[in-house]
Design a protein around this ligand. Structure first.
Ligand SMILES: [Zn+2]
Length: 299
């Protein structure tokens, strides 16, 4: 017996009278289920107005939040992945790349750019989870390496915003090499005395955690972000024990000494600026330099 029975017959609504709710007008928090308008959610930097849940965002949003007036110069924007292993899972890798490009409008899982943050020059690399789970393939590694080179050549600090499921399985060993490559470039940045801030966002896992995400002079995270190497299920199955509450959350990782601090996204730009102001070497005003030289000659 049906649960609902249409008593009146022949009820039709002409197409022009049908009303549809426009897409993306409302945002429902996946944590506390509170509903707000999309405009307000955006204004709140994609964090929940009720419970402060930090919704996942991509490079487009992070660049808009951090770069002054959303002005920046993107680097290597057309670098795309090859298919070195001739890899096929449910579909050939080149087809997967093409489909993802079409769906997301992105060329790979990271975008790199330089510009200013509160007037201070900065180079930023920001990952996109929407592109094959933010997986790290050769393009990701190469773009990050080149962004670090840009920071070194122009003597700017480097900010890495990680958001990744780990290495890209379709590039297997080539993915793993990116860990070594980016780490080596970061070592050069460090030798030149330029600061590297690593911001870990939800989620940062696998080979990304095992390389550049944990190599910052400061490793910081957004509240509630999942940070780990292997996923909780794999660990649970391996050790055969239940995991502690809040395992692999940013707060748990902070308490266990893997992070320097956690920053609310709404305070992110100012916090980063304050941090850079503290660590960047102060340049003496140009007029003072000749004076110093004279003093040295006199003595
Ligand atoms: Zn909420």
């Amino acid at each position: 017996m049906p649960w609902f029975k249409r008593v009146e017959k022949g009820i039709h609504t002409p197409t022009e009278e049908k009303k549809e709710t426009p897409d993306g007008l409302w945002y429902k928090c996946s944590e506390c289920k509170a509903v707000t308008s999309m405009a307000e959610h955006r204004k709140n930097m994609h964090t929940c107005v009720k419970c402060d849940y930090h919704d996942r965002i991509g490079s487009k949003e992070y660049f808009a939040i951090l770069f002054d007036d959303n002005e920046f110069t993107e680097m290597d924007e057309n670098l795309t992945s090859g298919d070195p292993l001739d890899f096929t899972d449910s579909k050939p890798y080149p087809q997967r790349i093409a489909a993802t490009e079409k769906k997301t409008g992105l060329k790979d899982a990271v975008r790199t750019a330089y510009g200013k943050i509160n007037g201070q020059d900065i180079t930023i690399a920001s990952m996109d989870f929407a592109f094959i789970g933010g997986s790290m393939g050769s393009v990701v590694g190469e773009k990050i390496a080149r962004a670090i080179d840009h920071a070194r050549q122009n003597r700017t600090p480097f900010l890495m915003i990680s958001k990744s499921g780990g290495a890209r399985m379709m590039e297997a060993g080539f993915s793993l090499m990116q860990m070594a490559k980016t780490s080596a470039k970061l070592a050069l940045l460090s030798e030149e005395g330029l600061p590297y801030i690593s911001l870990l966002t939800d989620p940062t896992t696998g080979g990304v955690t095992a390389s550049y995400a944990m190599l910052g002079d400061f490793n910081i995270a957004e509240p509630g972000a999942l940070i780990g190497f292997a996923g909780p299920r794999v660990i649970k199955e391996t050790i055969g024990k239940d995991l502690p509450k809040g395992f692999q959350s940013a707060e748990f990782v902070l308490e266990h000494g893997f992070l320097d601090f956690i920053v609310d996204r709404k305070a992110m730009k100012q916090k980063l600026t304050d941090l850079l102001t503290m660590v960047l070497p102060k340049e003496a005003p140009k007029s003072e330099k000749p004076k110093k030289r004279k003093a040295a000659q006199a003595s």
